[in-house]
Design a protein around this ligand. Structure first.
Ligand SMILES: [Zn+2]
Length: 343
């Protein structure tokens, strides 16, 4: 960090934390050994797509004296950089699952193939970001494999996924991994205060709830409803132990109506029940729901550590079941029966 030039290029990336991942990419750039495909991995909302975009921007940046050689970080001022930042660079293509579809489809990968065979429009490379690469169906994945096996010379594929284990081993063996790790609560809190001008108290709560994911924290402060929604979700959740079977099934029915939201609700619940385990083990100061520690303390005293741990496992099982596309209402009903009772 002592070299001021290095510091500047690091700042140009505009990313909080993730120095290891950036360093890995900068070394590739410095050695001019750009691979055909990279895989950005890490939990949801950690910043995989953002880092992939910055890397794409660097690869397309024209600030170097020799335009064939990419700099070690984006300059953020050249025309090419500005186009990437505004989302309208013709040589950067983003592929993701359509909101109304279950998978990334083979047509989307075929379009990638025909686009990559074409000459680049402005820059020296054709870059494709495949967001959520695990969401490809088998046909699409096999089609992508062909593109990886016989890469066009100036094409770079940037894949993102929360779990590399969900990709075909044959795809995995052809990509350069870029693992991303959770930030500390302090890193997130400091960034929120410095760069987003969030008040210290709100920054502390948001950073704790973000559980290491900067993207989640930024979304939470930019979208007022997110924290309000969390409150609402926790209200439902904290009433469950005292609710009757009929009331619990009503909750399951209501929640299962909005399948897109279920996962984020379950993550809120998971954080709560992890806090319950901590509170039951007298580690209240490690809990993330910092604004609700009084309630955590009283509920944990009644439920106990064993039951709380059982509930954490039940929620994890439910999240896993939903990923395998089981009936959401059924999965939630099963979970409802797992909620320990407080009478
Ligand atoms: Zn530039």
């Amino acid at each position: 960090m002592s070299n001021p030039l290095q510091q500047t290029t690091l700042q140009n990336w505009g990313i909080i934390g993730h120095e290891h991942a950036i360093d890995r990419l900068r070394r590739t750039l410095a050695a001019q050994q750009i691979r055909h495909a990279y895989l950005f991995t890490g939990p949801k909302h950690i910043g995989k797509t953002l880092l992939a975009r910055r890397f794409a921007q660097t690869l397309l940046c024209t600030s170097s004296p020799d335009p064939r050689i990419a700099p070690q970080g984006p300059c953020n001022v050249c025309l090419s950089c500005r186009k990437v930042m505004h989302g309208n660079h013709p040589d950067l293509h983003i592929i993701a699952r359509a909101p109304d579809k279950q998978f990334i489809l083979i047509e989307q990968i075929r379009a990638l193939q025909s686009d990559s065979a074409r000459k680049t429009l402005e820059g020296t490379r054709n870059i494709f970001i495949i967001q959520g690469a695990h969401e490809m169906n088998l046909q699409a994945a096999n089609c992508l494999l062909k593109a990886l096996e016989e890469p066009e010379p100036d094409v770079v594929l940037l894949l993102t996924t929360p779990d590399p284990g969900l990709l075909l081993p044959t795809v995995l063996s052809r990509v350069q991994p870029v693992p991303m790790h959770l930030l500390t609560t302090m890193q997130i809190q400091a960034a929120l205060e410095q760069h987003w001008e969030v008040e210290p108290k709100e920054a502390a709560l948001t950073a704790a709830l973000a559980a290491g994911r900067m993207g989640w924290a930024v979304q939470a402060i930019e979208d007022d409803e997110m924290l309000a929604e969390r409150k609402e979700q926790l209200e439902t959740l904290t009433k469950l132990p005292a609710a009757s079977k009929v009331q619990r099934f009503e909750v399951a029915q209501r929640l299962s109506a909005d399948t897109d939201k279920i996962r984020s609700i379950l993550v809120v619940w998971l954080l709560w029940w992890r806090d319950m385990v901590l509170a039951a083990n007298k580690c209240l100061d490690l809990t993330v729901n910092v604004d609700m520690r009084d309630l955590l303390k009283t509920q944990a005293a009644k439920v106990g550590a064993t039951e709380s741990e059982r509930m954490v496992r039940a929620i994890l099982r439910t999240i896993e079941a939903l990923e395998q596309n089981v009936n959401a209402r059924l999965a939630l009903e099963v979970l409802m029966l797992d909620v320990p009772a407080i009478r």
